[in-house]
Design a protein around this ligand. Structure first.
Ligand SMILES: Cc1ncc(COP(=O)(O)O)c(C=O)c1O
Length: 392
């Protein structure tokens, strides 16, 4: 048996995709952001069920642009408190610190790995917050419908980091369509790969405008004619000087036409990828059967577009046993994604306020995951199950 790595390939249908990519590059006049990116944005927004999509060069860039756009459009004010999921990825939290907001970690449930409305309510009573940057971890979510209701009732701005949950569905709605805006990653190994890439979806036209300006230098070149006209009028800028007028704080986080082309290409397989990931997820659930060593997973979703298979051990000894076992049997394992961000060196360097997150601590200290990808074979799934079952 070949080693079972987290990621098997750069693209789904790799050989075919590489061939059409070569042709595309050879035949294209323009490889900087252009029509392919726009075409992808339209196609992806439609698939996700949102009005607008803005494509970026990574999921981390999307997270940064999201927070910058929220500040630029006064949806957030400097020093506002932004709650975030206790277990998440570094670049979900870093923009909050970088852009002068106050991060507030919220604990997650051990059996769903995600924030629940009951944990959120308690955290809000303890300390109110203006926004929640919720991470949908590993293709999973807790009661996100109630989280949305709670945010609406309390005037909390809800953003979703959906970089790990493309295609999961809760109560008939795709994850990434609950918040005011949500981010996606198309990095290798995620549900859909454009090598590097990311996106933001929203229904809000004004916010989309801010995102497009934040993505490219703060200028108005990607805006609609009417939007350009009104900005130029407001700032008394001629069409000539508008070429180099920078209206607000921004970056260069642009994708290339290669990102757009690959996104469009891989989208033809997206529903199939999600179906396979879900099938694998259910097949691999057998590792939990009659098990005393792990916390059982308890997830209620219509579709589980699984990112990887989490295993939360009851203690350190069990964790060490399974990490060693997987190493020995060539099954690649890692800690649960980024883990508990409030214990990371970058976080402790800047943020001194401490909060108890008992469940996140257990997941961080005793959890691991192994890969789920659409190319896992039945033989490989059987092999993984046998390694877990024969070593109880
Ligand atoms: C939850 C989450 N957010 C953001 C990111 C960043 O995405 P990218 O690697 O495309 O920058 C990741 C990356 O894995 C992630 O897991």
């Amino acid at each position: 048996m070949n080693p079972i790595m987290l990621v098997k390939s750069t693209f789904y249908h790799e050989d075919e995709t590489k061939k059409v990519l070569c042709d595309f590059i050879t035949q294209s006049k323009q490889l900087s952001m252009g029509t392919k990116c726009r075409e992808f944005e339209e196609t992806f927004a439609k698939w996700q069920g949102k009005k607008y999509c803005v494509l970026f060069n990574s999921g981390s860039s999307a997270n940064l642009a999201l927070i910058q756009a929220a500040l630029n459009s006064n949806l957030l004010k400097p020093k506002d408190t932004v709650a975030f999921s206790g277990i998440t990825w570094a670049t979900n939290v870093m923009p909050l610190i970088q852009l002068g907001l106050k991060p507030y970690p919220i604990d997650v449930e051990i059996q769903t790995l995600n924030c629940s409305s009951s944990i959120l309510k308690k955290a809000y009573e303890k300390k109110p917050f203006q926004a929640l940057f919720l991470t949908n971890l590993l293709g999973l979510a807790d009661d996100i419908t109630n989280i949305k209701k709670f945010c609406k009732k309390n005037g909390i701005l809800l953003f979703e980091d959906n970089c790990e949950s493309l295609g999961s569905v809760s109560n008939g709605i795709k994850l990434g369509s609950y918040g005011f805006a949500s981010t996606f990653s198309f990095f290798v190994g995620h549900h859909m790969s454009t090598i590097e890439g990311g996106a933001i979806c929203t229904d809000n036209e004004e916010f989309t405008k801010q995102l497009k300006m934040g993505r490219a230098h703060g200028w108005d070149r990607q805006l609609k004619k009417a939007e350009q006209k009104s900005l130029r009028k407001k700032y008394r800028v001629s069409d000539f000087f508008a070429k180099y007028t920078f209206y607000d704080l921004a970056y260069n986080l642009r994708p290339t036409e290669i990102t757009g082309f690959l996104g469009l290409n891989q989208m033809q397989y997206l529903d199939e990828i999600i179906r396979k990931r879900e099938e694998n997820f259910f097949a691999l659930q057998e590792i939990y059967d009659n098990d005393q060593e792990f916390y059982p997973l308890k997830v209620k979703l219509d579709t589980i577009s699984s990112f990887a298979i989490p295993v939360i051990c009851k203690n350190k000894k069990v964790l060490e046993k399974y990490v060693t076992l997987c190493d020995k049997n060539k099954i690649e394992v890692r800690p649960i994604v980024g883990g508990m961000m409030s214990t990371q060196p970058f976080y402790k360097k800047y943020i001194k306020e401490k909060f108890d997150l008992p469940n996140s601590e257990i997941i961080n200290n005793y959890g691991f995951y192994f890969g789920n990808n659409p190319e896992l074979t039945t033989e490989e799934i059987k092999y993984i199950l046998s390694i877990f079952k024969n070593n109880k």
